[in-house]
Design a protein around this ligand. Structure first.
Ligand code: AMP
Length: 285
């Protein structure tokens, strides 16, 4: 018997629930026990390990698991030989350099000789070195944004999504070090060598591809086909079917949800009617 594919996912925090939801939507059938340590997937040879988001890159690098689901920011900070297999489209945030709003610093170069607090010491040091700024990196574990008020640091490098936490603490971003989202990572070279990874990645990708898309169906005058086709080209062109009345056709297509507000009025204008829009679960290519 071959050992199951081990996938480490966050046991708590902001990436935990969306990770479980993504895996379930991809069709993996598993139960969450109260302590959330591990779970066997019933319908696939996959073992889930629930660990701290911060530790996942290390688990993958050490070969304790074949795959990990964590933030791209944490993969960068780890700095090991890890390979991003798939970007997952949630957990978006940026790592920014921020300074007190009312202070005199407005560019990275102004921070020479000062103290910068962060939970990302490696990425911060690399950024400062890249910009030729000689500053002191102060590693803190949490509540980075309050360190200037406490007098512990002159600036911070911290994660932001909306930026409201920084603003509430009187800080203003002056540079972005990296943009992050949740990612699936493997050790370098591992993902290609293990075909079980490919199967799981394909299923996850089919769910991600379906997100933000809808399936549209409509009836329309046959003579409007060219206009309608231009509006809804679909994945490989729309499906067109004859109706009992030869003057009419049925047209089906996949559309981007964000474009519906623009497409629907134009379709009506082209003579389409009985327009149905239904959700898509997966897109398998
Ligand atoms: P946790 O601290 O366990 O909630 O997860 C932190 C991870 O969530 C970070 O490493 C990022 O990858 C991601 N994340 C997404 N948005 C934010 C945010 N606004 N602040 C901090 N982390 C975020």
């Amino acid at each position: 018997m071959i050992a199951p594919l081990r996938l480490a996912i966050p046991n708590k925090g902001r990436l935990a629930e969306p990770s479980v939801e993504l895996l379930r939507n991809a069709g993996l059938d598993f139960e969450l026990s109260e302590r959330r340590l591990s779970a066997s997937v019933r319908n696939a040879d996959v073992e889930l390990l629930f660990v701290r988001t911060d530790d996942i890159a290390e688990y993958v690098a050490d070969g304790l698991v074949e795959l990990g689901l964590t933030g791209a920011d944490l993969v960068s900070e780890h700095g090991g030989a890890l390979h991003t297999v798939l970007a997952l489209g949630f957990g978006a945030c940026s790592l920014v350099l921020a300074v007190p709003r009312d202070g005199e610093h407005s560019a990275p170069a102004d921070l020479a000789g000062l103290r910068i607090a962060t939970s990302f010491p490696r990425v911060t040091a690399a950024y400062l070195a890249g910009h030729g700024v000689d500053a002191q990196v102060v590693e803190v574990r949490g509540a980075v944004e309050v360190t200037p008020q406490l007098g512990v640091a002159d600036a911070v490098v911290d994660l932001v999504a909306s930026g409201s936490t920084l603003r509430m603490n009187g800080l203003r971003p002056i540079a972005t070090l990296l943009a992050s989202e949740a990612v699936l990572v493997a050790r370098d070279g591992m993902a290609d060598a293990d075909e079980r990874v490919g199967g799981l990645v394909d299923m996850l990708r089919s769910v991600l591809d379906a997100r933000g898309r809808e399936y549209m169906m409509m009836n329309a005058p046959a003579e409007s086909l060219d206009r309608i086709r231009a509006l809804i080209p679909g994945l490989s062109g729309p499906t067109v079917m004859p109706l009992a009345d030869p003057a009419f056709i049925a047209v089906h297509s996949v559309v981007e949800r964000s474009q519906l507000w623009r497409i629907v009025p134009a379709l009506k204008e082209a003579g389409a009617r009985d327009i149905l829009v239904v959700p898509i679960e997966k897109v398998v290519r």
